[in-house]
Design a protein. Structure first.
Lengths: 504, 301
């Protein structure tokens, strides 16, 4: 521990470098938190704190083949376009793992609409109708039963062939009166024309002002459509009634409409409409249809894993209680350190305040979205940061009790304490890393903030406190045992001997 | 110095018995009452109403629910004007219906979380993997930084802490969810940190060569005495903010804080009274099994 003047100079310079670095970092943090934007907008809050809808989806193929990362990338792009056209501000779309995607939509609470627009595969198909049944309005509660009845009725239809055809349904409001018209159709297993034939889709209205969605097909698609309608007319003629032919427009296994086809249609214009309602398609439905048709089909089917909607009141309640807990905890820790370690406690408190401020700066600068679990991570990291000082200061007290001078004790305390802190913090980092690697969503927020807090605390609780102690002792401030909270009686072998040693 | 009279290593039977009582209580609760798993792990829906006026009873909230959901749902009051309704897996339409019914009847904002059973299974799998991976990597880490004997002892203490935390959960019937697993992993890291501080001192005090049971045990005792105040202060420093979370945090944060509170208390105890005696017993057993005529003077590393 004996040091030459040269080493003393080096340690002094190191202390100044560390304090200088600290001042620069605080300056940078001030810029990010207060200057770059109003302080109220500095921190990005997660959905659980400001309200919004979060949907987690898993991609799959109906033939259970594996979903590739490329397909999920495409799916994420399609979802982004759909969300953008809904006008949601700052949506977040993240791929998670091999086949999952998380969509965060701040500021909205309508989960149904979100799920409808995001999760819809939007696989468009045109089918020839081979047989149909139903068409009577039923009440809300009877829909399921009616479908089951129609299913068994249609399975007896001569047109139905297991494996070659399938049965799909249409639900629509009746021209007059209440309820829902349920109609079942027998159609071929595979569509004659798919969404690939679609060029564009726009919302328009017919002569009567009813809202409809107009689809324009590609030239190749238009030709296929002409052939399909020709086929339908021919088949109807064979069956004896030329006017009975129908085409089913199907979106994701639901029949959108099934108009009659009296003559082949060329030209490539197809309309989705609802003549049963005075205004045509309901506004939201028309808009959503336009969006999903325009942005195209998802390359995979989507299964909903979880849907969360957080109201703004719940969000701000959570934020308030989380902040209150963090502040109260922080304040009590400051008081505790002061009581136990006196002058050393003042330095530790100073370091802890710097820690908290720099952590905030990092959160804003990176930026990290603060969630409820994130607040828990921050609160816990306050404990970890304070603990580094407890480890060092306890060691210093111990050395003082053994009869070392406060100066020597401080040197030993940092030297020996650091090893224990490093090992301890490495284990915390390991846990944080595992949490991050093996989990998703909100848990990651906790892991990230815990890890950043632990690393930052190594700087503030070890380097900064040491530099501060070094600088004040260079200014001729002498720490006594009492100032560290060590009573005279507990010191072994009477008052400490004079020693020449330095805090480094 | 504090704790001068306590024989941490020699009286291990007393300390282990004390842990045993808590472990039995917890395990008994798990067997008898079972774990109260949340929707994260098995799928289902949760509706949180906030800002409810007029302070309705839990039964009144239950009556609002459509169809037969009233009997199946778990309804809880959360502080002032807050209610929590947990139901089995519902369809998207049913979720909307329940939400609208609650919003209308209570005149409050209702937040919804719905999780499919598939996703619940995935989360459960991930959680178990995370705990297993953490334990495994930690054994390797301690074996590298210290030696295998320390890793074994730390592992005993960790399993002890996990079982006590989980047992307490079953005892008080709190819901086990993803947050609980995060808390358990945090406790794991924390308790390990505490153990490592003590082990670090044992490593520092251990003589370079030669194992002698009496000497090693005495040295371990002294090491604990040297750092025990630190252990207690550290726990206090960590428990202060955790207690603040328990008191001021809303349901998620307070659940998290509860698990941490139990886990950190158990972790502090186990670092002192379980990990170190376990280390000494393991050392004694291993050295004894190599040459039954202890003491011996071969290097231990």
């Amino acid at each position: 521990m004996l040091s030459s003047d040269n080493e003393e100079m080096t340690s002094r310079r190191n202390n100044l470098i560390i304090l200088g670095l600290m001042v620069v970092l605080i300056g940078v943090a001030v810029y990010y938190i207060f200057v770059r934007q109003p302080v109220m907008q500095a921190t990005q809050l997660g959905l659980d704190l400001k309200g919004g809808v979060s949907v987690s989806l898993q991609g799959y193929h109906t033939d259970s083949s594996e979903v590739t990362r490329d397909e999920m990338d495409q799916a994420a792009q399609v979802i982004r376009q759909r969300v953008d056209s809904l006008g949601v501000t700052e949506p977040e779309i993240q791929l998670q793992g091999q086949d999952q995607v998380l969509v965060n939509l701040p500021g909205i609470t309508d989960t149904d609409r979100a799920v409808e627009v995001i999760g819809r595969t939007a696989q468009l198909g045109f089918y020839e109708v081979l047989g149909s049944a139903g068409g009577q309005p039923v009440s809300e509660g009877e829909i399921k039963q009616t479908k089951e009845d129609l299913q068994s009725e249609l399975e007896k239809d001569p047109a139905f062939q297991e494996g070659k055809t399938k049965i799909i349904f249409e639900e629509s409001p009746p021209p007059s009166g209440g309820g829902t018209v349920v109609e079942g159709y027998v159609v071929p297993q595979e569509p004659a024309i798919t969404g690939g034939a679609l060029e564009s889709a726009t919302q328009t209205s017919d002569q009567a002002g009813r809202r409809q969605v107009q689809m324009t097909l590609t030239s190749e698609g238009a030709e296929q459509f002409g052939d399909l309608t020709q086929q339908i007319v021919d088949d109807a003629l064979v069956n004896g009634d030329a006017s009975r032919g129908r085409i089913a427009v199907v979106l994701d296994e639901d029949v959108v409409s099934a108009p009659s086809v009296r003559e082949p249609i060329y030209g490539g214009q197809v309309v989705i409409e609802n003549q049963g309602l005075p205004g045509g398609l309901p506004q939201k439905e028309a808009k959503d249809l336009e969006v999903v048709l325009k942005t195209g089909a998802l390359p995979v089917n989507m299964q909903i894993l979880s849907v969360t909607s957080i109201g703004p009141t719940l969000g701000s309640d959570s934020l308030r209680s989380g902040l209150l807990a963090a502040l109260v905890g922080f304040g009590l820790v400051l008081v505790f350190l002061l009581v136990i370690y006196r002058v050393l406690g003042v330095i530790a408190d100073l370091a802890l305040l710097i820690y908290a401020f720099l952590l905030w700066g990092l959160i804003v600068a990176i930026p990290i979205t603060v969630t409820l679990p994130g607040i828990a991570g921050i609160v816990l990291s306050i404990g970890v940061a304070a603990d580094a000082n407890v480890v060092i200061f306890e060691r210093i007290k111990e050395e003082v009790r053994r009869g070392k001078t406060p100066r020597t004790a401080v040197g030993i305390g940092y030297q020996k304490g650091f090893k224990a802190i490093l090992d301890g913090n490495l284990t915390t980092l390991i846990t944080a890393f595992i949490l991050f690697a093996l989990s998703s969503g909100s848990v990651r927020g906790f892991a990230v903030l815990l890890a950043i807090g632990v690393i930052l605390s190594m700087f503030t609780a070890v380097s900064v406190t040491r530099a501060l102690l070094g600088v004040i002792s260079d200014r001729g401030f002498h720490l006594s045992a009492r100032m560290m909270g060590v009573s005279k009686e507990s010191i072994a072998g009477g008052p400490p001997k004079k020693q020449t040693a330095e805090v480094r | 110095m504090a704790f001068e009279k306590v024989d941490f290593v020699g009286r291990w039977r007393v300390w282990f018995a004390l842990s045993g009582v808590f472990l039995l209580l917890g395990l008994g609760a798990i067997v008898i009452e079972g774990m109260n798993f949340g929707i994260d792990f098995q799928g289902g829906s949760r509706f949180t109403a906030s800002g409810v006026e007029g302070n309705p009873s839990v039964q009144e909230v239950r009556d609002v629910l459509p169809n037969n959901l009233g009997q199946e749902a778990i309804v809880q009051q959360l502080g002032e004007g807050g209610y929590d309704v947990r139901t089995p897996v519902l369809t998207q339409e049913e979720n909307t219906e329940v939400r609208q019914d609650l919003e209308e009847a209570l005149g409050a904002e209702v937040s919804v979380t719905s999780i499919s059973p598939t996703f619940g299974g995935q989360i459960r799998g991930q959680a178990l993997q995370a705990v297993a991976a953490a334990l495994l990597i930690i054994v390797v880490f301690i074996s590298l930084r210290f030696e295998f004997a320390f890793a074994m002892a730390a592992m005993v203490a960790l399993v002890h802490d996990i079982l006590i935390t989980v047992g307490f959960y079953a005892l008080v019937g709190r819901e086990v969810n993803l947050v609980t697993v995060v808390a358990v992993l945090t406790v794991l890291g924390y308790s390990l940190y505490d153990t490592i501080i003590i082990f670090d001192r044992i490593r520092e005090n251990a003589p370079a060569a030669g194992y002698n049971r009496r000497r090693f045990d005495e040295m371990a005792n002294n090491s604990i005495r040297q750092v025990v105040m630190r252990s207690i202060y550290t726990s206090t420093v960590t428990l202060i903010p955790v207690t603040a979370l328990l008191i001021f945090g809303e349901s998620t944060l307070s659940d998290f804080a509860f698990a941490l509170l139990v886990g950190i208390a158990a972790g502090t105890y186990s670092s002192i009274f379980v990990a170190t005696p376990a280390l000494c017993l393991y050392k004694a057993w291993r050295e004894g099994s190599i040459t039954p005529t202890a003491p011996r003077s071969a290097p231990t590393r």
